[in-house]
Each structure stands twice: as structure tokens, then as C-alpha cells.
Write a protein that binds this ligand. Sequence first.
Ligand code: SF4
Length: 262
Amino acid sequence: MRLPIAGCGGSKIRMHIMIIFLKCLFFIFSHSSTDLFLNFVTTKSKSKSRPSKKQRALEILSILKRLYPDATCSLDYVTTVQLLVATILSAQCTDERVNKVTPALFAKFPDAPSLAGADREELENLIRSTGFYRNKAKNIQGACHKIVTEFDNKVPQTMSELLQLPGVARKTANVVLAHGYGILEGVTVDTHVKRISKRLGLTKNDNPLKIERDLMRVLPQPDWENYSIRIIYHGRAVCKARKPNCDKCQLALLCPSVKAEG
Ligand code: SF4
């Protein structure tokens, strides 16, 4: 009697086992690849449905425009020199405080020549309540002297020239260019813009220059100053430094910090 395993019957059984093995392999492979494929498609479609930073920035901008339709520079001034001086004074100080100081200041020293030639102590006393008054007085006089002697008594209209004036960095230059001349060279990054843009996930940076560069990438140029002005309004009204009022915030659905901050 022959044992089936050793002969022709044995090879049939081996072939049968081989077929079952191959079927198992095919089953495992086809299912795992299907899963991988489905996973890939799902991830792709998920990432497609999530708005990009640029799309979010545009939505934020459009909500801000609706919320603060009449937003404008809150500093009081008549001439571009006065705008420049008020902006220098607004460093580390509220616009409200600056507006309390400038009427008396501009009544006494209305233009660049009179500010450049003012008695330093008198000037310091007039601006004392805005803080850092010694430094601010020195910068105002230095800037006005340069405007008179090197720029034909006119506030320069380019970023590079403005940056040559004492006490003028990009923030002040952006304000002067935008509100004094309607020129949009960059995004004004003050303390509100810095804090809220970070909370909104439009930048991860702390350096104002890098924040400005990030915002310029996601916002349309005509809205660079619009964004800053309205964010400043939003910072004063809702997204305050210490206690942001996320419950009342119209940007909450677009804000990745809503839970952490609220
Ligand atoms: S949701 Fe909260 S953290 Fe975000 S912008 Fe609004 S107030 Fe600020």
C-alpha cells in the first residue's frame, strides 16, 4: 500500500497547499494595499478640505472689514510731519494718550523747522506723559533736523529714506507711507498685530520683521494696512493681551488659539 503523501497524491496536496498559501498572500496584500490607498485618499481629501493659511487670512480680513468698516489711523494729525511725530510718540504708549499731548505740542511747534529748533527741555515737558520722553524728544528733533537739512523740508516718501531718520523703524515708516502718502510698502506690526497674528496662526515668529514678511505673503498688498488697522481695533475690543474674549470673537471659527486662549 502506498502512502498518498509520498507519491503523485503527495504532490497534489503540496500544490493545493501552495495555492492556498498564494491565495492568503494575495488576500493580505490586496486588503492592506486597499487600506493604504483609502488612507492616502482620505488624508489627501482631508488636507484639501482644510483651508490654506492664505484662504484663512482672506476670510479673517473679510470678517474684520465687516466688523470695523470705518477703521482708520487713530492718531490726530494734520500734516505728514505731525503724523511722523505722533507715530514716534506712540511707541510704548496708547494713541489716546498721544492725542492728549499733540494738540499743545503742535500748537507750539507745528512743523519740522520749529520742532528741530525747539528747546529740548520744553519739548520733553510737552511729551513727558507718553513715556521714554527724553529719547523721543531726541529722535523727534533728530528726524526733523534731517527732514529740513537733507529732504528739502519734506517727509521722505520711500522706505529706505524714512529708515535714515532717527527713531524711525519699519513700523513707523509703514504708518507714514500708508497714511501720509497712500503708499503700501509693508504691514505695520505693532503689539496688537504681533499678538493677534500669532494667535490666529498667521505667523509663528516673534520678530516683527519676520511677522511682517509672513503677513505680506498671505495678505493681498492693497489690504496690508487695512489688516493692521482692523487688527488693532480687534485687539482693543476683543482679543486683548491678558484676557482675549474668545466667547464673543467673530474670528473664533478661524482661530487655532480659541480654546487655549479662551
Ligand atoms: S478666538 Fe480668541 S484668541 Fe482667537 S482671535 Fe478671537 S479672541 Fe483672539
